[in-house]
Design a protein around this ligand. Structure first.
Ligand code: URA
Length: 335
């Protein structure tokens, strides 16, 4: 048995024990995963049996209050159970963010700390397990056909892009035509602006992680162009993929781009104008709502750009990223 396998097994056991201590006595495991475990493990281990017909037991099927539909039974199961304590990163996987700079992420939270609608994050995965869990999640997401109308209209599933060890994650709404063509979020006009904004923060796209609430482009039957907002049903069906991406990445800060991203993550339908610039919390992760870059393309007023820039600087401060005088002065009226 390899050291990595033993480490993963220890982590899985520790995670299940922590869940049990918190009153959760079952976790759903796909037939595939169970088969894989049985094939690999040398000695019998009693699996934690999924409760029959207990959708609430799906740890990643958290659906914001505004969404009333239940994801299909085939909604994504949990990634491999993680370690209960952060471990040093092997040199080969240390990203720019590094272990030392990582914020303290909550481990299994107590019931008192976490609202029922915001299930606790699992303990963070060791880096090598993160890579494997994300690759496995991606493979399953790419084959998703839960929204049959979107599965038949899409060119690609736009899963997400960037560093899965990043401390900063951007969440958008849904792929547009360019993203659908290229299979990557934010590559069209709004994406170009987002890339510039990330650059202004002193980062590059490959140093953050970017994903959307919806992985497929919302279809526009009868139209040759244009976009539409995802429906509550589509969001409720798709959101478990994003929850799992966040479970794996566990960034120090998330930036929600636009009202739909906030609605998808928090279930809040308060206007983005009211919410932007105010720190929110997604399962213990600080979340900064700001305007969508597409809004800035429509409204080029420096005052609006400055608001978004202030939100991004707040995110930088939270991450203790340096901000120089030139950055502080962006979009301020010249004296
Ligand atoms: N708008 C989004 O919200 N996401 C994308 O990926 C592209 C445009």
């Amino acid at each position: 048995m390899s050291a990595a396998y033993v480490q993963l097994l220890d982590a899985a056991i520790a995670h299940c024990e922590a869940l049990r201590a918190d009153g959760i006595d079952s976790v759903p495991v796909s037939a595939e995963t169970l088969a894989g475990l049985s094939a690999k493990r040398p000695a019998p281990v009693r699996p934690v049996a999924p409760k029959p017909a207990a959708p609430a037991a799906r740890p990643f099927a958290f659906v914001p209050a505004s969404m009333t539909t239940t994801p299909e039974a085939s909604s994504p199961p949990a990634p491999v159970a993680p370690s209960s304590a952060p471990r040093p990163l092997p040199a080969s996987v240390v990203s720019r963010w590094g272990q030392a700079a990582r914020p303290v992420v909550p481990t299994v939270a107590t019931k008192a700390q976490v609202l029922p609608s915001q299930p606790p994050l699992p303990p963070p995965l060791p880096p090598a397990a993160k890579d494997a869990a994300m690759a496995e999640l991606r493979t399953r997401a790419l084959a998703c056909v839960q929204c049959s109308h979107l599965a038949s209209s899409r060119q690609t599933v736009v899963f997400g892009v960037g560093d899965i060890h990043a401390r900063l994650m951007f969440i958008g709404e849904a792929p547009g035509a360019d993203e659908d063509q290229q299979g990557e979020p934010f590559v069209g006009k709004a994406g170009e602006l987002l890339t510039k904004m990330i650059g202004a923060m002193g980062l590059s796209r490959s140093e953050v992680y970017i994903a959307n609430i919806l992985k497929c482009r919302p279809d526009t039957p009868g139209q040759t162009a244009g976009n539409r907002k995802p429906t509550p049903d589509e969001m409720a069906t798709c959101i478990p993929w994003l929850h799992q991406q966040i479970d794996i990445i566990q960034p120090g800060v998330m930036v929600a781009l636009g009202a739909t991203a906030v609605e998808g993550l928090l279930g809040k339908t308060i206007g983005i104008t009211k919410l932007r610039g105010t720190w929110q919390s997604y399962r213990g992760i600080p979340l900064m709502p700001t305007y969508h870059p597409a809004y800035l393309l429509r409204n080029q007023a420096p005052s609006e750009k400055r608001k978004v820039w202030e939100d991004l600087m707040a995110a930088m401060e939270k991450l203790t990223l340096p901000i120089n005088a030139k950055q502080r002065a962006y979009f301020l009226p010249k004296p």
